[in-house]
Design a protein around this ligand. Structure first.
Ligand code: GUN
Length: 300
């Protein structure tokens, strides 16, 4: 391996420390405690793990954590009533409705019912439009975490060729907007892109967010490029014992690390940054709601 390892776990620790510092100051100087509400509908095991982790980290940085766990059969009307109550709660500054929702619920409708200024996921159409037009918005957590690591490693991103593989609303599209905002030349590639290997070979920055295990091989990477791996895929690992699994990203780590200038590992790369950025967004939302200065370095 020749690439520098970008340690997302350590970086996330720094972000959480900055958040905790700001939370302490908000309490001391203004008597305000930022509050984050997470709404979980149903019993999806992966979602339950995420929500537990979010609640724990929210409390660890000194914020108020509220969890609403609703039955899988909850009606849209009842879910919208919970969101409305949180929209009107002055002690709640951030609201996150865990996705995916059960199939009978309209995700777009529910997300767009969240007050945009409390939409710490940055998924509300108002925030998508604000980000797309370069205005102050709430920025989706995973792309924000990727941007923070890229800025930290490169300093300026201006003029660099960036290829984002994946066009999801949660990662690919907002990631492309953020890179454009930092003056990269941005290409969004996806499953239908012609000659993906050649497109990726042009990139100084590759962000892989396709959800396909180890899809990007090292011979697609320009020597010295920075590789940000957003993928979290679980593969069977019989060599570790029966029923065991291992986590892999969307890039083939070993071959890419032999060519890249810098790379994020899986696990321990982008993953830990997502919740850290959720906490950062909640502090940002709290500061904006109270007309106070936002913490520096924690927003786009
Ligand atoms: N499910 C998986 N990732 C996310 C996320 O970032 N936000 C929400 N709301 N749901 C998710």
């Amino acid at each position: 391996m020749t690439a520098t390892l970008i340690d997302g776990k350590a970086f996330a620790g720094h972000v959480r420390a900055q958040v905790a510092d700001h939370v302490a100051r908000l309490k001391e100087e203004h008597g305000i405690t930022p509050g984050l509400a997470v709404v979980l509908v149903g019993e999806d095991p992966a979602s339950q793990v995420y929500v537990r982790s979010k609640g724990k980290q929210t409390v660890e940085v000194g914020m108020k954590s509220v969890e609403h766990k609703l039955d899988a059969t909850t009606s849209e009307q009842d879910l919208l009533a919970v969101v409305e109550q949180l929209n009107n709660d002055p002690e709640i500054h951030g609201i996150l409705v865990q996705l995916p929702l059960p199939a009978h619920l309209d995700e777009d409708l529910v997300i767009n019912s969240i007050a945009p200024e409390k939409d710490v996921d940055g998924f509300h159409i108002s925030n998508v439009g604000l980000l797309g037009t370069g205005q102050k918005s709430m920025v989706p957590c995973t792309p924000l975490g990727c941007l923070m690591m890229l800025r930290d490693y490169h300093g300026s991103l201006s003029g660099l060729d960036a290829v984002v593989i994946g066009r999801s609303n949660i990662v690919g599209k907002p990631m492309a907007q953020l890179l454009l905002g930092d003056s990269c030349t941005v290409t969004i590639a996806h499953s239908r892109t012609k000659d993906l290997a050649e497109v990726v070979r042009r990139a100084d920055i590759v962000v892989a967010a396709v959800g396909r295990p180890e899809m990007v091989p090292g011979d697609w990477i320009k020597p010295g490029a920075t590789v940000i791996d957003v993928g979290i895929n679980r593969l069977d690992a019989p060599e570790k014992g029966e029923g065991k699994t291992r986590l892999v990203g969307d890039v083939d780590f070993h071959s890419c690390a032999a060519v890249a200038g810098a790379i994020t590992p899986v696990p321990g790369g982008v993953g830990p940054m997502t919740i850290a950025c959720l906490l950062a967004n909640t502090v940002t939302a709290c500061c904006r709601a109270n007309g106070l200065a936002e913490p520096e370095g924690l927003t786009a």
